[in-house]
Write a protein that binds this ligand. Structure first.
Ligand code: CP
Length: 332
């Protein structure tokens, strides 16, 4: 990256100045250290200030091109990557699978290599297959950012979740975070588990045994199946959507029964600690995993999560593009 195009020192996040971020790609949280996670969060905090200024742009990625390649639907992730790249002054191209030559049988690899031939510097990929982002990162010089790959990882969601917890609670270490619902099919749950445990939180997973099997205990978390027993113990309550699109058979008798046993109803919300944060990555199934009024209540930080996603994604783009440029400079 041309250092002349970077923000001035006063615009450059202090925490990101040391060259401690060496990854051109962000593929998952599992491979990150606690220090790397904290670096992204610290950088995001600096970038959030940019959003409060009259001119909400810095020139960090001027002259560089970001391609949003979304092979699965998205509202929050795609839009916030687009806005994040715009605030960093990058050129942006959005591609959806249905309007691309993927529908004509072109492979993902060929699609990505053609985009790279058109000078894409950063590719944000959402795909239904676990490992798709890694597959491209191994084959491209461009930075690859995982925007969610199957049931594997959704790293920027975990970073914005962790950022939101840290901003609201002042810390992550020592907090008890309860994640409820469809853990088996959730890339958000996997990334959250890695981020939260690396930063020292206690994590409890709750849901039916079909969707929250005990094998998850290997990730250093507790597994419980009685939601009502956990309610008064949580500092943070993170609810997940039932992912009908990934489930190949019924994992519980009915949505009504799921809500009766695992939904955050008004009665259950009343048993949470007064300062317990209520989180959800979205999209919400109102009336299924969370009561509609509870989702909109004062303790809900669901829209704060979305807003924080912008600063977090600015930080990720800034750090990965910088590392990618340094690697290309060394190679040339
Ligand atoms: N949380 C999340 O990934 O939302 P989208 O599917 O709308 O991007």
């Amino acid at each position: 990256m041309n250092s002349a195009l970077l923000p001035s020192p006063s615009e450059t996040p202090a925490a990101s100045r040391p060259a401690r971020w060496l990854r051109k790609d962000l593929l998952g949280i599992q491979e990150l250290t606690a220090e790397e996670i904290s670096l992204v969060l610290d950088t995001a905090r600096q970038f959030r200030r940019v959003g409060t200024r009259e001119v909400k742009k810095v020139p960090a990625l001027q002259g560089r091109t970001l391609v949003n390649l979304f092979v699965e639907p998205s509202t929050r992730t795609r839009t916030s990557f687009e806005l994040a790249a715009a605030r960093l002054s990058a050129d942006i191209v959005n591609i959806s699978a249905s309007a691309s030559s993927l529908t004509k049988g072109e492979t993902l690899k060929d699609t990505a290599r053609n985009l790279e031939a058109l000078h894409a510097d950063i590719l944000v990929l959402r795909h239904s297959s676990a490992g798709a982002a890694q597959f491209l990162a191994d084959r491209l010089e461009a930075s690859v950012i995982n925007g969610g790959d199957g049931a594997h990882e959704h790293p920027t969601q975990a970073l914005l979740d962790t950022f939101t917890i840290r901003e609201k609670k002042g810390r992550v270490a020592g907090l008890h975070v309860v994640i409820v619902g469809d853990i088996l099919f959730s890339r958000v749950a996997r990334s959250d588990i890695h981020a939260l445990t690396k930063l020292g939180a206690r994590v409890t997973l709750v849901g039916p045994s079909t969707l929250v099997p005990r094998v998850f205990e290997r990730l250093g978390v507790e597994v419980r199946h009685d939601l009502d027993a956990v309610l008064p113990e949580a500092d943070v309550f993170n609810l997940l959507r039932i992912q009908h699109e990934r489930q190949r058979k019924e994992y519980f008798p009915s949505l009504g029964e799921y809500t009766a046993l695992f939904g955050l109803t008004k009665a259950r919300a009343a048993r949470l600690r007064p300062d317990c944060l209520i989180m959800h990555p979205g999209p919400i199934n109102r009336g299924v995993e969370i009561d509609s009024e509870v989702a909109d209540s004062a303790r809900s930080v669901i829209l704060d999560q979305v807003a924080n996603g912008l600063a977090v994604r600015m930080a990720v783009l800034y750090l990965c593009a910088g590392a990618g440029a340094r690697q290309q400079a060394v190679a040339s």
